[in-house]
Design a protein around this ligand. Sequence first.
Ligand SMILES: [Fe+2]
Length: 272
Amino acid sequence: MKRRAFLGAALGALAGGSLYGISSEPEALRIERIRVPVADLSSDLEGFRIVALSDFHLYPFTQLPFLKEAIGVARGLNPDLIALLGDFVDSEVEAIDELWPALADLDARLGVCAILGNHDNRKGADIVAAGLRRAGVEVLLNRGVGLSVGRSQLWVGGVQSQFGGQPDLGEALAGCPAGVTSVLLAHEPDVADDVANDGRVHLQLSGHSHGGQINVPGLVQHVLPQFGRKYPFGSYQVGDLFLHTSRGLGTTRVPVRFRSPPEVSEITLVRR
Ligand SMILES: [Fe+2]
């Protein structure tokens, strides 16, 4: 009887966990607040805040009202800059037609910038990028921009996805003056080793891995994609480079998240 009761409890917990993973966690948005220490940060950039959203994957599993909620949260944080880290669509590129009007609601003091992800490239990079531009988003694919912050500058560069693109760090940083604090948007986190070796970037923001999406200890541990295995979620110091990998918002392949809730990242630059 005891054994049967235990088995029943275990099965109940598993069923409850599965229900939670399917019905609740995919929309249990969490704000992650990250402080990034930067050597020689100018006083103009002290406390500069970037809000990052990643891996929207609109349709078939991730729905628009949830993404609109995340967009509202990002906007409500009143950031200096918003960075969108790719994978706007999942299985149909037409989803961007519904997503871009929602993205147009994003607002930050110095604007909104974006890169594309592997799913965007697979379904139609030009179409996704055109939608983003219609929403007033600056698309940074192997290029960068210098933003004026007080009397200082912040460089924001972006690289293409490794899947269907060719990330070019040199082009993303072309024109970045020496000594200027620089942020790199790169969909796949594991390029961080190359970025750290290059030595010019202070902060890299990535997504791609969904934090593994499903993490059941001893059963399914971190289902991780290529180029998202070494630095799958959270913050890392890679040499002098600070990397933050967002768990992203949406789901792909299966409509489940378990112990990997969707994330809005709020990044604050502080002087080291
Ligand atoms: Fe993704």
